[in-house]
Design a protein around this ligand. Structure first.
Ligand code: SDX
Length: 373
């Protein structure tokens, strides 16, 4: 087949067939194996969504309990991995630590050194469980402290949140956190998922594909935005401060983190609406004046960006204040995004290995020709 038209950033290009998910922008629906992601977030749990993504169907009560047990049984990591993380430079970014951890993890799973979809599923479930334990302890271990390991009396989201904060979470906090995990779990073909599929398409293994996804997700144009949103809200201090800060940034032609989206363009990311409701519910139930102030600030930011740029928030804009209210360190916001997205990433690597076609696009050459060496 001859080369087709060049689309910068592959904007609008269909790069693969998939039965995993689809962003139906016109109907404002994020379809995940036939379900609306927002329905899943409101009615099911992240572990249910793991079953849907990795095994292809929503588990029943018994199936979810069994999957929860499997994830708990697989949640520990080799002690040597903590040693590796302790040897890394203290000032290393949490996402770079996570990239090292995911890459090293493959060393203890030699069976995964294949492109077998069934092995991908088995190893993938282990990585989904281990990612939560690793992410929750990235800062703790970097500071030379012992990791906090999962407690077999707790659910997956409760363990994850408890390992992060070291504090007993309330049921409302666990529920809010679980909704963010579902919101982050899968989203069609973002840069990091595409990176994973491109790597898997050479028949490279799951850990290599996931390592590439971590590297991509760190970027501020992608997963790194949630941390930048929180930094912006803290710098702004209040509603008027945020309006001034946004206007000043726009005047300098800077991007406002948490706004805009390649696919949603000038529409609201449905997940942002969901997490806005999650934030409102959390701060109302807690009677949290600081949380209520954050919510008002975010609304002001929305109003300014809509009137000045015709832009709407993406999920990172509201995930950040939810994580702040939950007492999560800002450095862990993007690592949590990765841990939640491992469910979708595993599904995409399984699908790529099962129906593979090597990704090898062409170029529009603009350099010189005919030079003599
Ligand atoms: C995620 O793909 C996914 O699904 C990703 C994700 C997932 O679940 O995996 O949804 C997660 O990555 C969400 C996005 C998080 N990133 C941010 O919040 C960073 C800020 N956003 C922007 O950098 C931007 O909106 C992108 C990167 C998200 C999308 O950029 P595009 O599609 O390349 O848009 P563009 O650069 O062509 O911008 C179009 C116009 C430009 O204006 P003009 O130059 O035409 O006048 O919109 C403007 C841009 O300047 N614009 C912004 C803006 N985003 C776009 N202006 C100010 N602030 C912004 N955030």
């Amino acid at each position: 087949m001859g080369a087709v038209e060049y689309r910068p950033g592959l904007e609008g290009v269909i790069a693969t067939e998939t039965s995993i998910s689809y962003l139906d922008v016109d109907h404002e629906e994020i379809v995940v194996r036939g379900y609306n992601l927002l329905d899943l977030a409101r009615q099911r749990t992240y572990v249910d969504v793991v079953g849907l993504l990795v095994h292809g169907s929503l588990p029943d009560e018994r199936g979810r309990a069994e999957l929860e047990r499997q994830l708990l049984a697989a949640a520990n990591v080799p002690a040597e991995l903590w040693q590796i993380l302790r040897l890394l430079p203290r000032q290393m970014d949490a996402m770079d630590r996570l990239r090292t951890a995911i890459s090293a993890l493959g060393g203890w799973d030699q069976a995964a050194n294949s492109a077998d979809p069934e092995q991908d599923r088995a190893s993938g479930l282990r990585v989904i469980a281990q990612s939560a334990t690793i992410v929750a302890n990235l800062i703790r271990v970097a500071e030379g402290n012992e990791p906090l390991l999962p407690d077999d009396r707790r659910s997956y989201p409760e363990n994850f949140l408890w390992m992060i904060t070291g504090r007993e979470p309330s049921a409302a906090e666990v529920r809010a956190f679980d909704q963010t995990l579902i919101a982050y779990s899968e989203h069609e073909l973002p840069n990091s998922t595409f990176a994973a599929r491109v790597i898997a398409s050479t028949l490279a293994d799951l850990y290599g594909a996931l390592t590439g996804a971590v590297a991509s997700l760190k970027g501020p144009l992608h997963g790194g935005a949630n941390e930048a949103v929180m930094e912006m809200l803290l710098e702004a201090g209040d509603e008027e401060g945020l309006e001034r800060l946004i206007r000043a940034k726009l005047a300098r032609k800077e991007r406002i983190m948490g706004f805009g989206h390649r696919v949603y363009m000038r529409r609201m990311d449905p997940r942002a609406q969901l997490l806005k409701e999650t934030l409102a519910q959390l701060v109302t139930e807690r009677g949290d004046p600081e949380g209520e102030k954050l919510l008002r600030m975010c609304q002001r930011g929305e109003d300014v960006m809509r009137s000045e740029k015709g832009l709407f928030p993406n999920l990172d804009y509201y995930a950040a204040p939810v994580y702040w209210v939950l007492g999560i360190p800002i450095d862990l916001y993007t690592p949590i995004f990765f841990a939640a997205r491992t469910a979708g990433l595993v599904a995409h690597v399984v699908e790529q290995h099962a129906h593979n076609r090597l990704f090898r696009p062409r170029v529009l050459y603009t350099g010189p020709r005919g030079l003599k060496p």
